[in-house]
Design a protein around this ligand. Structure first.
Ligand code: FE2
Length: 489
């Protein structure tokens, strides 16, 4: 039975590879699902003593509630299992498993796997706990905006192959809710989603996650590196406002039901420590870094009466104030969705607006922890000096600079180079797809940008990636300097 199912999967993959590019939910490389497990494994949200582990059982032939064993070992061969436990799943949560494995040691690499009720073993995953205390170096991959229909996930494949990441951070637009683009549109019908329609119902959102996670590049990245994810709008629908979204029409049904469906599918499929509808959270990496992830959609999707026009709403902004003010690590990494700094020549605009950006910088300044802002959404790489005193700013110097900002281009979503930037935008590239690596030491931060020209995302074979460039900034004297070489060697 198992053998024939495996044969079927492999046969399907071979057929997909030899068929025309157009097919429903067509990953370029075969899904590595194995008997009993349809979507490999994933891990996320590392703490010093625990990490979230994820898998999904193959639903075929299953019903009711099924027990699943999880195991964490020090070695890939599982010779020394350090902890294990049993959980259960079923159709009620789309056959996914999301379990927190505790009792682990800090700053360590572990291997994990699952065993189902029929004795099938999942692929083995690799993960890494957060360190505690003194830390010499940290390295995070950073990604955003991965539209399945717009190109292959080659950039994910490149990141998966790295062996030097503590974790990877996804800044939102992990899935897109759209129907497939029409044949006449850019990249129309290149890789067909499942379902092909715009997703609205719980079943739709579940199938869309299942389609993305059938992509072998994304599977491999999840299997080998823990993820830290914060959502943006497309995990729900484009551009939410209070009571709806730009991409939510009356014929799409009830907005609150759609939000509930999107949230439930998210909670099932992503290896995060989601708390109800709260995704904003802090992850501590010893004395070196504190990662603060925020949610700019919250005040639109779940508004509170006193949110006002604060970028993060009242309660989340108050929470962020507390995180920033209490930061004792060398670096505070703000993982957020769209441009924090002003990019225009007047140096005062920007997605957050001058008032709310100023509030963050003012709160951060006395803590002694330097701020690094990570940005997604704009489908363009950026290295930007965040100015706290635009009048005294001279590019290449520290005067007037309060923080530095690095934007991850996009994995596959289309972008453009943009124009009209002020001198504080030290570098920009919208015509490449890829990711960045942020490398932190007690002395400095460096961001290295990796990618390939946009059209190469359509190649069936993974194109070579290039180091597009890098920037550094010293701790205690922020201001971007062009890097002469990759930090990552
Ligand atoms: Fe996007």
């Amino acid at each position: 039975m198992e053998t024939s199912r495996r044969g079927f999967l492999l046969g399907t993959a071979a057929a997909t590879a030899s068929a025309a590019m157009v097919s429903a939910c067509s990953p370029t490389i075969p899904n590595r699902g194995v008997p009993g497990f349809s979507h490999a494994v994933a891990s996320g949200d590392p703490h010093p003593d625990s990490v979230v582990l994820w898998t999904r059982l193959d639903p075929s032939g299953r019903s009711g509630t099924v027990p699943v064993l999880w195991q964490v070992a020090e070695d890939e061969s599982f010779g020394t299992v350090v902890t294990q436990g049993t959980t259960s799943t079923g159709a009620v949560r789309d056959w996914t498993v999301n379990v927190v494995a505790g009792g682990l040691s800090s700053g360590r690499t572990y291997w994990y796997r699952f065993v189902d009720d029929a004795g099938n073993t999942s692929p083995s995953g690799r993960t890494r706990t957060a360190p505690s205390g003194g830390v010499d170096r940290l390295r995070f991959g950073v990604a955003s905006c991965s539209n399945f229909a717009f190109g292959n996930f080659h950039a994910y494949g490149h990141m998966a192959e790295r062996s030097d990441l503590d974790a990877w951070i996804h800044l939102g637009d992990y899935i897109y809710e759209y129907a497939n683009p029409g044949a006449g549109e850019t990249y129309g019908e290149y890789r067909l989603n499942d379902p092909v329609n715009e997703i609205r119902s719980l079943s739709d959102y579940r199938r869309r996650y299942a389609c993305y996670r059938a992509d072998a590049d994304l599977q491999e990245l999840h299997r080998l590196h823990p993820v830290i994810h914060v959502w943006d709008d497309h995990e729900f629908a484009d551009d939410p406002f209070v009571g709806g979204a730009s991409n939510h029409q009356p014929e799409d049904g009830d907005w609150d039901l759609r939000v509930a469906a999107a949230l439930q599918a998210y909670s099932e499929w992503m290896p995060t420590r989601l708390d109800g509808n709260r995704i904003y959270r802090t992850l501590r990496y010893g004395d070196l870094a504190t990662i603060v992830g925020v949610d700019r959609q919250r005040r639109f999707i779940w508004p509170e009466p006193d949110d006002g026009d604060l970028y993060l709403g009242r309660a989340q902004f108050d929470w962020l104030d507390d995180q920033l003010g209490a930061a004792t690590s060398d670096w505070t990494v703000l993982a957020q969705q769209t441009t924090f700094a002003a990019t225009a020549p007047n140096r005062r605009s920007g997605g957050w607006g001058e008032r709310d950006r100023g509030r963050v910088l003012a709160r951060q300044a006395p803590s002694g922890s330097d701020l690094v802002v990570l940005t997604g959404d704009i489908h363009r790489f950026h290295a930007i000096d965040v100015l706290d005193d635009p009048e005294s700013y001279i590019p290449g110097e520290s005067a007037g600079v309060g923080a530095v900002e690095f934007a991850a281009g996009s994995i596959s979503s289309g972008g453009s180079n943009g124009s009209g930037f002020g001198p504080q935008v030290r570098w920009s590239a919208g015509d490449h797809r890829g990711y960045l690596v942020v490398d932190l030491t007690p002395e400095r931060v460096q961001s290295d940008f990796y990618g390939f020209p946009d059209p190469e995302k359509l190649l069936a074979r993974r194109p070579a990636e290039r180091w597009l460039g890098g920037f550094t900034s010293r701790r205690g004297a922020p201001g971007l300097q062009l890097a002469r070489r990759q930090a990552t060697g």
